[in-house]
Each structure stands twice: as C-alpha cells, then as structure tokens.
Design a binder for this molecule. Structure first.
Ligand SMILES: [Zn+2]
Length: 330
C-alpha cells in the first residue's frame, strides 16, 4: 500500500483511479473521489484499493482539473451524486469504489441478494430497521415536530440508472424536532415503496435531507393514480432518457409537490437502496397526491419499476404525527 502521509491528495486518487479502471468512467470516479475528499476519505481510498500502480501525468492533471471543478460545485454535489449514497461514511464510499457489482430490482442482483453483493451492503439483509415498510398500525405521535422550510430553487435533473434524481443546491431545509436537515436531492419510485395497510401507490417521491452531522431525513410523498401531477410536469417535460443526459430547471417550486394536508407518518428506517444504511428519519405524508397513468408510463419507459419490497417492521413504532407546519424560508 502506498504511504499514507502523502501531502498531495490528487496523486493517490490517480492511483486509485488506475485500480478502479475500467470498471467505472473517469468522470464517475472523479465525482466519487471528490465526495470522499470532501468527506476527508482520500486516505481510505488508498487503503481500500491497495495498489501501487503508477499513474500518468496526464491522468493526474485531468483528475486534478475535474476534482477542482467538482469541488467548486460544492459539497452537496457529492452528497447528491448518488440517489441514496449520501449517508455512507467515507470508508463505505471507498469500498464502493471497489464494488463493480451491479444491483438491480430483479433477478440475480435483485433486492433479495443486495446484502450479499458487497460487504458494505450486509445491513440490507441483516438490518433491523430497514425501509420501506408497510405502514399499518400507527400510534399518535407524542411530541415531535417537523417544519418544512423549502424555497423555490434551480434543479439539476439526472438519470442515475436507478431513478430520475433532481439535485437541489439551495432549496432550503426541514427541521425535525429542532434539528435542521438541508435538502440535497429528490427522486422518484414507481410504483411506491411504502405501502399503507397493504395498499401500494402508483408512485412515490423522496426528498432527501442531510444534517450537519451527515444524518439523513427523508420526506416521502405518495402519489395515487389519477389526474396529471402538475407540480411535477416541468420535470416530466424533459426526463433524462440516459445517464449521459441532464436537464437543468432554473426555478422549481418544491412545496407544490406536497399535499395540502401535511400530516405525516414518522418512523426510523434506512436507505431503500444499497448500502441500505440505517439511521434515516422517515416522514411519509399521510395524504397522497395524484399522478397520471401517462406520467407513470413515461417514467417506467426510462426507469423500470424501482420499488424495494417492504421490509419487516420488527420492534419499530410508526407515529402518526398530526403536527406539521409549512413555514416560509428563514
Ligand atoms: Zn428513494
């Protein structure tokens, strides 16, 4: 393993890039690397890859350029790069560099196998607080309050192969029991991942938020089959058909995606995709909004059905929280 006391973080990244190539594109690698760097994980990358291949000067220069550009784009870029990877610790992200194993929603790399695909995915099968769940019996929430303080913001919409994801740079935050979580991105599942009393909905939107400590809180909105969802129409007007395609929206009014009645279910869960990291604070809106069959069809024409099966509730409580406020941005 190369020395860890290296001062220049770029050279070891180039080495790691060599090791990871050709399993991922340089752009993807640079993007992930910037995330690790921002998370202080550059050294872990080396440890995980354990290689001493030399990298060409060109590689180093190109990487340096790309990483610098990505760093300028801000820390949230890294957090938003992966639909559900935002909670991973630096070590876990480093291990992901080695993970050439592809996961899917069916077949040999489907949800039943996620826990076996890579060591860092183990909690997908061994975890006790996995998501999604069937929201069945609920209890009235004792105390606790979620304030949503979103504001209209520009979006960067991308297709990451598992979902359509809108990265948000300045969309505001939510406060869960007084702790602020900044909105990082939102994305879609069709059909829904959460079910209510066994009922599955046509679609579900997940708004992923991250606290200063790196903890996640997700707001889920269920959409039942019906009329067009007008709030989402601007995104649907240009759904990226491939992972190469991106679409920027100059100004998107996030709050319009929420139902008018904003009571929610709250429970402790996980990411719903590998590595299935636990410790995610889930709040699922009790009242669904609509989505049309045509909208679901358009989504599923690009992204195949992407709902993880519901997971055992085990000892968890699901609180039915009626206390909710939409506040103007601070
Ligand atoms: Zn999701």
């Amino acid at each position: 393993m190369p020395e860890q006391e290296t001062v220049d973080p770029i050279a070891p990244m180039a080495v790691a890039f060599d090791a990871a190539r050709p399993r991922m594109s340089r752009r993807l690698f640079a993007r992930r690397t910037s995330t690790w760097l921002l998370a202080g994980g550059a050294v872990t990358v080396l440890a995980a890859c354990g290689t001493s291949n030399a990298a060409s000067k060109d590689d180093v220069a190109a990487l340096r350029k790309e990483v610098a550009a990505l760093k300028r784009a801000g820390a949230e870029e890294g957090a938003a790069a992966d639909a559900h990877g935002a909670a991973a610790k630096p070590g876990e992200k480093a291990a992901a560099a080695h993970d050439a194993k592809h996961w899917e929603y069916e077949g040999a790399t489907g949800p039943e196998k996620w826990g076996e695909l890579a060591p860092e995915n183990a909690v997908c099968s061994s975890g006790a607080t996995q998501s999604p769940i069937d929201i069945g019996g609920t209890q009235a929430g004792a105390g606790g309050r979620t304030n949503i303080k979103w504001q209209p913001a520009p979006l960067n919409v991308q297709n990451n192969g598992h979902t359509i994801q809108a990265d948000v740079a300045n969309g505001g935050a939510i406060e869960v029991d007084g702790v602020p979580y900044t909105l990082v991105q939102f994305h879609f599942h069709a059909p829904s991942e959460h079910t209510v009393g066994g009922k599955r909905f046509a679609m579900e939107t997940h708004f992923v938020h991250k606290s200063a400590k790196g903890e996640l809180a997700v707001v889920g909105v269920l959409h039942e089959a019906g009329k067009d969802n007008e709030a989402l129409a601007p995104i649907w007007a240009g759904l990226p058909k491939s992972t190469e395609e991106k679409k920027a929206l100059p100004n998107f009014d996030l709050a319009t995606v929420l139902p008018k009645d904003r009571a929610m279910y709250r429970y402790a869960g996980s990411l719903t995709t590998p590595p299935c990291t636990e410790g995610v604070r889930w709040q699922v809106m009790q009242v669904p909004t609509s989505v049309s069959e045509a909208q679901v069809k358009a989504f599923n024409a690009i992204i195949k059905p992407n709902a993880r099966p519901v997971q055992p509730q085990k000892a968890r409580d699901v609180l039915k929280d009626a206390i909710y406020k939409l506040l103007p941005p601070a």
